[in-house]
Design a protein around this ligand. Structure first.
Ligand SMILES: *Cc1c(COP(=O)(O)O)cnc(C)c1O
Length: 419
């Protein structure tokens, strides 16, 4: 699909976000890409239309140097193609695809690989929407799911997967760090597990939801994952003003995901694609500043008498199992912090209601700091027993740190904790 010239392998993604994959001479010399707000594209002649459809529908492989032509915005659109070329740079991937939401990316990728009778194993806790899809929707289509605790990895499921079930594993799906406890799952161990339970004719795909740390602070493909999936609503979009999703990986796998996207119609719109192009130009400076603020906030909270415990990768003990995994697998601690306020739900609510600079809202990754109460908001439909098992307590608050001045953030948090 790519219209990009050869990658500038020696340049860093942040140097390429303003221009890569876009050619001004194709758009009246416009420095920035126009919004190609069109449903369909005009063919030069009938023969060209036939050729475009042949490659788009996989009736024949593209000839050397032949790029697939623009047909219809459910199949491809210049804003999405440019965006996808740039996203692939961040993930170190051969290809990326953009979706109308994070859930669209997750469900489209799963439907591309799972068939009735298959099994998917996944880490838990998971984002609520993904959890619901696994537990309530996939079983209706004959796809079975089995969960393992994120911290422990999939090894415990080995016995369940032996014998007659060998070859049935379609996918290992991991969300790391886990939301809201920030526990890391070992991606390499999951890749090894997927290999062991693949059969000759059937390779199990390892998909990692990389929303919390990626693409700056975690690159799952470097550790053996096949797919790196995002809610682009969060850090990639970064301004709390759009809903989108991304899936990156090797070309043959992405071809299957793209095929499913074409027929589900789960692609992003040109306008969303254009907004994301704008967002990616500042991705590195936003995420870097957010992480810088978060380290200051996390250390401050860890010393605060009204705070019982802080869950933040940057505070892990270097010689602990999780600490070693973090330093091997991640490039930075990111800007998601959870912490337990002493005094349970009443105190946590009082804190949330007293915040003035930080907004009381779900979602995360935006330029403004956001706080919420996982037990009664994002994770309200997790059973009481599971909340206990995962360590999602009544005093827990989840904080997404933004780019405000850190002194103002500390003052707001302190005032709210004192309330
Ligand atoms: C928000 C989120 C999703 C879902 O993304 P949407 O863009 O809301 O569809 C999936 N996974 C994680 C980890 C998320 O935070």
């Amino acid at each position: 699909m790519s219209r990009a010239k050869k990658p500038f392998a020696t340049r860093h993604p942040e140097s390429l976000m303003m221009s890569y994959g876009y050619r001004p001479e194709l758009s009246e010399g416009s420095l920035k890409s126009p919004i190609f707000q069109t449903s369909t594209f005009v063919f030069k002649n009938a023969e060209e239309g036939r050729r475009f459809f042949e490659t788009a529908y996989g009736l024949r492989a593209p000839r050397r140097g032949e790029s697939s032509g623009l047909i219809y915005s459910r199949i491809n659109n210049p804003d999405l193609e440019i965006l996808e070329d740039r996203l692939a740079l961040w993930d170190g991937a051969e290809a990326s695809s953009v979706f109308s939401s994070g859930m669209a990316a997750i469900t489209t990728a799963i439907l591309a690989f799972a068939s009735p009778g298959d099994l998917i194993v996944h880490s838990e806790p998971l984002y609520g929407g993904t959890d619901h899809f696994f537990k309530s929707i996939l079983p209706r289509f004959g796809v079975e799911t089995a969960a393992f605790p994120s911290k422990l990895g999939p090894g415990a499921l080995s016995r369940r997967l032996g014998g007659s079930r060998r070859g049935r594993l379609a996918m290992v799906f991991v969300e790391t760090p886990a939301n809201p406890t920030n526990e890391h799952t070992d991606i390499r161990a999951c890749a090894a597990f997927a290999r062991v339970f693949s059969s000759r004719g059937r390779r199990a795909v390892l998909a990692v939801d990389n929303t919390f740390l990626g693409p700056l602070w975690q690159r799952p493909l470097d550790h053996g994952a096949d797919l790196s999936i995002y809610s682009a609503t969060k850090f990639l979009g970064g301004h709390s003003d759009l809903i989108a999703g991304v899936c990156s990986g090797a070309k043959p796998l992405l071809a299957k995901v793209r095929e499913m996207r074409t027929f589900l119609g789960s692609m992003a719109s040109p306008w969303t694609g254009w907004l994301l192009l704008r967002s990616l130009e500042t991705l590195k400076i936003r995420m870097t500043e957010q992480a810088r603020n978060a380290e200051i906030v996390a250390r401050h909270l860890a010393r605060h008498p009204r705070v019982e415990r802080v869950y933040y990768p940057g505070l892990l003990k270097a010689d602990s199992v999780q600490g070693r995994l973090f330093s091997r697998q991640c490039l930075g601690p990111g800007s998601m912090i959870s912490f337990d306020v002493r005094g349970g739900r009443a105190r946590a609510y009082r804190f949330l209601d007293a915040l003035r600079l930080v907004h009381l809202t779900v979602s995360l990754g935006g330029t403004e700091s956001l706080a919420e109460h996982p037990a009664t908001m994002t994770h309200c439909d997790v059973s009481a027993a599971d909340k206990k098992r995962f360590g999602i307590g009544e005093g827990m608050v989840r904080l997404s740190v933004g780019i405000e001045n850190h002194e103002d953030l500390l003052a707001d948090l302190d005032a709210a904790l004192a309330a």
